[in-house]
Write a protein that binds this ligand. Structure first.
Ligand code: ADP
Ligand code: TZP
Ligand code: MG
Length: 218
């Protein structure tokens, strides 16, 4: 996980019932990855040590056959980061999630499920896939909503083996939480707090009435 939005992302995972750990030390990463149900690899504040730690974590979860998600944060600003993201994609992430600018450069995600978030989230590529149309524009004005969304998808992957179902559910839950939080907020600052409150309180009734999930087929 990057160093910028660790707390916000950890809170998002916690309120949906997960147990987050932002571990990045070489001495500990193998033990934490071995214990985890799912790994999130977030490239937001990449450095030489983080690269080594990420490769070790991926090695451990791949050997155990556990799912992992890659967030290629800001790979559109650095050829070196983009190359590392491609190196990781060759190692077989279950999901790659990024914003439109990042995913435009990432291109193919191989067998990994591709997710492009934005005003409408697009899960899958080609003719078949799912669109989730929930969310609020203030999500784009709070740093870390993409990272948090990736963390919530990871939490759902820990309990739902079908990556597409896990991702569509997680994106609907975060998007509906944002829609419920916005009318209670004065702007992006209070929205960030209200969003965590809504995410912790959201239930079946809110989802059934607000979720906008569309399934596209060729
Ligand atoms: N204009 C928007 N309207 C509704 N939801 C949005 C909007 N922009 C982003 N989101 C939501 O915010 C979250 C982060 O998406 P995005 O901004 O694409 O990622 P990142 O923060 O990595 O750039 C996603 O859950 C997405 O659905
Ligand atoms: C600003 C920033 N710089 C390095 S990581 C990061 C957070 C990015 O978060 P998000 O992509 O979810 O807005
Ligand atoms: Mg991002």
């Amino acid at each position: 996980m990057n160093t910028v939005v660790q707390k916000f992302t950890a809170d998002g995972i916690t309120v949906v019932g997960g147990i987050p750990s932002m571990t990045s030390s070489p001495e500990e990463i193998a033990d934490f990855a071995a214990r985890a149900d799912v790994l999130t690899v977030n490239l937001g504040t990449l450095d030489a040590e983080r690269r080594r730690v990420i490769l070790r974590a991926v090695e451990v979860v791949n050997a155990a056959g556990k799912p992992w998600i890659l967030d290629p944060v800001h790979c559109d600003y650095s050829p070196s980061r983009l190359a590392f993201a491609q190196e990781l994609i060759a190692l077989g992430p279950t999901i790659v999630r990024g914003n439109a600018a990042e995913m435009a450069l990432i291109g193919s995600t191989g067998p990994g499920l591709r997710i492009q978030t934005g005003e409408v989230d697009r899960i899958g590529s080609g003719g078949e896939g799912v669109r989730v149309a929930n969310g609020h524009r203030w999500m784009a004005e709070v740093t870390g909503t993409g990272c948090l969304t990736g963390g919530v998808i990871a939490a759902f992957m820990a309990v739902e083996p079908d990556a597409l179902v896990a991702a569509a559910s997680a994106l609907a839950v975060t998007g509906v939480a944002a829609e419920l939080a916005a009318p209670l907020s004065r702007g992006p600052g209070s929205f960030g707090v209200a969003f965590l409150d809504a995410l912790s309180a959201i239930g079946e009734r809110e989802l059934l009435t607000h979720a906008r999930i569309h399934y596209d087929q060729d």
